[in-house]
Ligand binder design. Structure first.
Ligand SMILES: *[C@@H]1O[C@H](CO)[C@@H](O)[C@H](O)[C@H]1NC(C)=O
Length: 428
């Protein structure tokens, strides 16, 4: 055993080792390899770079602000409630112009309610009674309208009655109109102002045309081709675009999603970043007249009459809720994702070579031969690698280019190492 040669080990760290290739003159594997290479190149260029824009850094967290304004008026004249002119301040809830808004399309009013005693509605199950014992005084009616007084009100001795309650009387009438009272809301318009910002690229834009012509928004109405920067929509059109009918939906109410999508390729500049609107009905029922269909809620308006008694008008309103959702994604060229994608593409090429190696070494008729050429055993006595051993001997006799490239000092001082390196270079 030679003594441990520290200097030699140190110097060998600066030798460059290159890989050796075995060329297999096999057309099938060659064609297969080229096909794999071609499809990987196609995948990288076509899919990763052209379609998925792999050369771009992307930003998906979008900062957005939505402001809405509804316009339109309609007139109703119903028995009990009387004539009423409905403006946005009446039928839009909430009225601040948020990104979730409710439009009243149908309603039931119970005017002039006053605190007092009356019979509970027959629709409330907990209010049913046969005798006064069923109406414990002071109990609230579950899912009802007031507090039980202890009396059971019945038409005659044997019928089922309802408990008397203390509450807002008379109890709400529950006859829903057959046609939506505010059906004209179909022609009302909503103006959706949306400001977005991609913080990573410091890019801001709005969906309203950049113009100082203040009559523009008064005249225009959204059209994908001619007025794509006029975000004023007719409710009827919004519902139609979801594939439903406004009048049908207005009767019981529902929910509609307005999605604004910003897909911006910032390499193409400010003008290539456009909002895209899509409309979907969010409350879809599998069957017609499902018990879950519709959207309604109640509110009351209070007033005092001339005698100072508090009265109220109860409203049960049906309508359509609009949820405005903003999504976005922006991309801009950046060297890091470009290099990463090229790198992973090149690594995939390696997978192609690996697969062809598998085919060549294990699935071909002459696999054993190829295997013997590719894998060498460092065995002094063995004749497993007869040819290779010969090759290395030749290499020793006829100095190769590799030796000429080697650092002359290292040859001089540590011939053993140089020899090893050279042999390795030739054999591997
Ligand atoms: C909406 O307006 C159009 C045209 O102005 C009119 O023909 C239509 O009847 C209106 N729809 C409703 C529900 O009032």
């Amino acid at each position: 055993m030679a003594p441990f040669d520290l200097k030699g080990v140190f110097l060998s760290a600066f030798d460059y080792k290159t890989e050796k290739y075995v060329i297999a003159k096999n057309k099938k594997v060659g064609v297969l390899y080229r096909l794999i290479q071609l499809s990987i190149i196609g995948y990288i260029i076509g899919w990763v770079f052209v379609i998925k824009k792999g050369y771009q850094e992307t930003e998906e967290s979008l900062q957005s602000s939505v402001i809405t304004k509804v316009k339109g008026v309609t007139f109703t004249n119903t028995t009990g409630f009387g004539p009423w002119l409905w403006g946005p301040e009446d039928y839009v809830t909430p009225y601040q112009g948020e990104d979730v808004l409710f439009i009243t399309t149908n309603f039931i009013t119970t005017p002039n309610q006053k605190l007092g005693y009356c019979a509970e509605s027959v629709k409330v199950l907990d209010g049913h009674c046969h005798a006064n014992e069923d109406c414990t005084k002071g109990d609230t009616v579950i899912a009802g309208h007031g507090i039980k007084t202890g009396r059971c009100l019945k038409k005659d001795r044997n019928s089922t009655g309802t408990c008397e309650i203390y509450g807002w009387c008379p109890i709400e009438r529950s006859s829903r109109p057959d046609v939506p009272l505010l059906g004209k809301a179909e022609n009302f318009t909503i103006y959706i102002k949306n400001f977005i910002r991609f913080p990573k690229f410091d890019f801001s834009k709005s969906n309203v045309l950049d113009t100082s012509d203040d009559t523009y928004l008064k005249k225009c109405s959204y059209d994908e081709l001619t007025h794509s920067y006029c975000p004023i929509f007719r409710f009827g059109d919004i519902v139609r675009r979801t594939g439903h009918n406004f009048q049908d939906m207005a009767l019981l109410g529902g929910a509609i999603g307005i999605l604004i999508e910003w897909h911006c390729d910032l390499d193409k500049g400010y003008s290539a970043c456009h909002p895209r609107y899509t409309f979907t009905r969010l409350d879809v029922n599998a069957i017609a007249n499902a018990i879950s269909s519709g959207y309604n809620f109640r509110y009351a308006r209070y007033f005092k009459n001339a005698d100072g008694e508090t009265h109220r008008t109860l409203f049960k309103v049906y309508g359509i809720r609009f949820d405005i959702l903003v999504h976005g994604k922006a991309g801009k060229f950046n060297i890091i994702p470009t290099v990463i994608n090229i790198g992973s593409g090149l690594a995939l090429m390696g997978a192609g070579a690996f697969f062809c190696d598998m085919v060549l070494l294990y699935m071909m008729k002459k696999s054993t031969l190829y295997r013997r050429r590719k894998f060498e055993t460092d065995n002094k006595n063995g004749n497993n690698n007869r040819e290779n051993t010969d090759m290395s001997e030749n290499a020793v006799k006829q100095p190769s280019e590799l030796e000429q490239l080697a650092d002359p000092t290292s040859v001089q001082h540590t011939p053993g190492i140089t020899f090893t390196q050279r042999t390795k270079g030739q054999v591997m």
